[in-house]
Design a protein around this ligand. Sequence first.
Ligand code: UDP
Length: 327
Amino acid sequence: MSNVLVTGGAGYIGSHACKALRNAGFTPVTYDNLCTGWEDAVKFGPFEKGELHDRAALDAVFETYKPVAVMHFAALSQVGDSMKQPGQYWHNNVGGSLVLFEAAIAAGCLNIVFSSTCATYGEHDNVLLDETIEQRPINAYASSKRAIEDMLQDYENAHGLRNVIFRYFNVAGADPDAEVGEFHQPETHLVPLMLDAIAGKRDALTIYGTDYDTPDGTCIRDYVHVCDLVDAHVLGLRWLLEGKESRVFNLGSGTGFSVREVVDQSRAVNNRAVPISEGERRPGDCTKLVSGSTRAEKELGWTPTRSKMDTMIADAWKWHQTGHYDR
Ligand code: UDP
């Protein structure tokens, strides 16, 4: 069985990717420093604890496992936090990726599946966000991701480091078997915070800004189920292993939901009111991010099956009730 090195495999998306890889016949080797991940989320293959900046540790992992590819999820990923401490994002995300790519090239592992973000597009009024749109990030998280995309381009030109870049829209939901799910400490994402508020684990969900230029004044995002998202990664991996050219793909559902609409959908799923408070805008938030591309469907053959909002909330709620949040 082929090994795939999964950086950030102990995190939310990485752990789901490990399950998808295992189910597709690969062995996922998690490389994670557990700064935001959880060792008990590593269930589908070996675990190597380490830093992206630790070149010697990475060299040893490449030597031991001889992976056919790297799926690179490990990153700091909070928009608000990135505005307060941009240096951490440049150091960890950009600097760490640089060391990882150098190690991969030295080991002859020249296939990278990289997790990027739709936040690299920034603000575009009334323009469909497809992969050809100019990237104009407005927060340090997105700037760091765009820098890594640029780095990959340069490394491909110089060293043949082939890559599939996925620009995620908003990832939500959980493994329907509830083996893994979303848990960040501290939590900053809308769906888990909303479920916490419903379950009485926090007083209320604060809506960050109600004066945006949208129909109900709250930000609009495109939500995609984590299981659909990681299925695309397996397709991206196969794409590279088949020798196809490097490519960028948006991963979104193509449908926008405002924060208030997500809250309303939640009420429909579990019949419980979400306690709400209205707060200030969060620095760095774009007004609207919705994918306008079907490239992943057309070229990769990606067919999302769980990315309806009610399914995502129901799966997240099922995971929430397992008590994994009660650490
Ligand atoms: N949001 C909110 N309250 C929260 C967390 C998020 O109103 O407690 C909003 C946020 O402003 C954004 C959307 O929900 O418009 C999604 O935010 P999240 O942090 O989940 O993902 P991001 O868009 O930053 O990747």
